[in-house]
Design a protein around this ligand. Structure first.
Ligand code: NIG
Ligand code: FE
Length: 417
C-alpha cells in the first residue's frame, strides 16, 4: 500500500461516515465541513475535519502540503464490480446488438463471453497485465482508488489461474494507482468443453479449481441467470466456495427474474449485482439480510435495458452501491462520470445517495467499509478532489470528468493539468 504523508488544506470535506454500509435513508446523510483539513499520516487519515480544530503534527514528520482552494474532497471512489482483465475486444458484437440481436442470443451461438474466453486463453500474462493497468490509470483519473477485478474469462484451471495471477500482480504493484481486489468468477459461462453439461462443469470448479484458487481471491461470484447457471447450480457452487473461505457475490436477475436476489439473501452474500429484474421479495430479503445491491447503470444503458430499481432498494431500507461493470461485452465503459449521471437522471438517486453508493457502500460491497469509503480518522488516505466547491457538479457534468486530483494512501496519483 502507498504510505504518504499529506495535508489537504482548504477542502470542503463531503463524506458519508461509518464503518459499515449505509442502508436506506442513511445513504443521504453526508458530513459536510467547509474550511476543512485532511491530515494523512503514513497513508492513513489521522484527522479530517475543521482546520480550526486540527491537532498539531509532529515537527519531525514531513508532510506534502496541498491547497484544495475550497474544492470538494470526497472519499476515493470504489468501483466494486469490474471485469478489467480480458483478452481481445468485441466491437462487432456491439454492432449486432445495435441491429437487434440480444446479448443472450449472441452468447448462445458461441459469441459473447466465450469469444473473450478464446482471446484470454491465447493472451500472455504480460498483455493482460498491461491492458488492465491502462484501464486502472484511466479510472484513477476519475477518482477511483479501489477497484474489484474478476476472473471468469478462462473457464479452465490454467487460464483462471493466469487471470488471478495478473490481478495479484496488479494488487502488489507499487505503481498501480488503485487497490485491486480479486474475485473468482469461474462460473461466468459454461465453456465449450462442457457444453450441455452445466452441472458437471460446476463439479469441476468445486473439485478441481476452487481448492487451487481459494487463496488467490477474496470473493466467489457466479453469473446466476436462466440458461447459464440457474439457482440450484449457483447455490451449490457458492456454498462450496464459502466452505473454502471465500465471500460471496452474484450476478443476479440481470436478464430475467430468476430469484437471484432471494438466493443472495439466503446465502448472506456480501453483494448481489445488476438486479435489473429483481422481485419485490428479493429486494425485501436483501434489505433484511444486509446484502449490498450493487447497481450497474452503464450496463443497462449499453444493453438498452431498463435500469435497476434503485429507489425501491433505498426506500425499502437496502444499501445500494454503484459500480461500472467495465467489461469487453455488455459494457465497455469504466466511466464514473457517466455512471453518476445515469444514476441521477434515470434511477432517481440523489447526488448524496450517489456519493455514498460510490464510496462507503462500494467499500461495503468489498467487505472493506472498516478501512476505506469515508474520510475519517483511521481509514486509508484515499481522496478524490473535485475541480469545484459544489458537489452538485457530479451529475451535471454528464459523462465529463470533474475530478481534479486523486490521492491514494496519502500519495497524489493523478492530477489534472
Ligand atoms: O456483468 N453478465 C455477465 N457478465 C458480464 C458481461 C461479461 C461479458 O459480456 O463479457 C456482466 O454484464
Ligand atoms: Fe459483471
Amino acid at each position: 500500500m502507498m504510505k504518504g504523508n499529506l495535508k489537504i488544506h482548504n477542502a470542503t470535506i463531503v463524506t458519508p461516515l461509518g464503518r459499515e454500509a449505509a442502508q436506506g435513508a442513511a445513504m443521504s446523510e453526508l458530513s459536510i465541513v467547509k474550511d476543512g483539513l485532511i491530515i494523512i499520516t503514513g497513508g492513513i487519515i489521522s484527522y479530517a475535519g475543521p482546520a480550526s480544530e486540527a491537532p498539531a503534527t509532529r515537527p519531525d514528520e514531513h508532510y506534502i502540503e496541498y491547497d484544495a482552494k475550497g474544492c470538494v474532497a470526497l472519499p476515493g471512489f470504489v468501483d466494486s464490480h469490474t471485469h478489467l482483465v480480458f483478452g481481445g475486444f468485441r466491437p462487432d458484437e456491439f454492432q449486432w446488438r445495435l441491429k437487434g440481436e440480444s446479448y443472450m442470443s449472441i452468447m448462445e451461438r458461441g459469441g459473447g463471453i466465450q469469444s473473450t474466453v478464446n482471446a484470454t486463453r491465447e493472451a500472455s500474462e504480460e498483455e493482460l497485465y498491461r491492458k488492465a493497468m491502462w484501464f486502472i490509470d484511466r479510472m484513477s483519473e476519475m477518482g477511483v482508488t479501489t477497484v474489484e477485478a474478476k476472473s471468469g474469462y478462462g473457464l479452465d484451471l490454467d487460464t483462471e489461474l493466469k487471470m488471478l495471477d495478473v490481478i495479484a500482480r496488479l494488487a502488489s504493484d507499487q505503481d498501480c494507482k488503485a487497490d485491486v481486489v480479486a474475485t473468482f468468477l469461474g462460473a461466468h459461462a459454461v465453456p465449450k468443453e462442457f457444453a450441455g453439461r452445466t452441472s458437471e462443469y460446476i463439479d469441476y470448479i468445486i473439485t478441481e479449481v476452487l481448492p487451487k484458487i481459494k487463496d488467490k481471491a477474496r470473493f466467489c461470484d457466479v453469473f446466476c441467470e436462466r440458461n447459464v447457471f440457474e439457482i440450484e447450480d449457483s447455490r451449490r457452487l457458492l456454498q462450496a466456495a464459502e466452505e473454502m473461505g471465500l465471500k460471496l457475490k452474484l450476478h443476479a436477475d440481470e436478464i430475467v427474474q430468476l430469484g437471484g436476489g432471494e438466493l443472495a439473501a439466503e446465502l448472506k452474500a456480501v453483494s448481489a449485482d445488476h438486479l435489473l429484474h429483481v422481485s419485490d421479495e428479493g429486494i425485501r430479503k436483501m434489505a433484511d439480510n444486509g446484502v449490498v445491491a450493487t447497481l450497474l447503470p452503464l450496463t443497462a444503458f449499453a444493453l438498452k435495458e431498463p435500469y435497476a430499481p434503485a429507489r425501491k432498494f433505498i426506500d425499502g431500507g437496502a444499501a445500494v452501491a454503484l459500480a461500472t461493470d467495465l467489461n469487453p461485452g455488455s459494457c465497455f465503459s469504466g466511466s464514473i462520470p457517466l455512471t453518476i449521471a445515469l444514476a441521477c437522471i434515470y434511477m432517481d438517486m440523489t447526488v448524496e445517495e450517489v456519493i455514498t453508493a460510490l464510496t462507503l457502500n462500494g467499500a461495503a460491497a468489498l467487505g472493506m467499509a472498516d478501512r476505506i469509503g469515508s474520510l475519517e480518522g483511521g481509514k486509508r488516505g484515499d481522496v478524490a478532489i473535485l475541480a469545484t466547491d459544489n458537489y452538485n457538479v457530479l451529475p451535471y457534468y454528464v459523462g465529463m470528468n470533474c475530478v481534479k486530483t486523486t490521492v491514494r494512501g496519502g500519495c497524489i496519483v493523478a492530477e489534472l493539468k
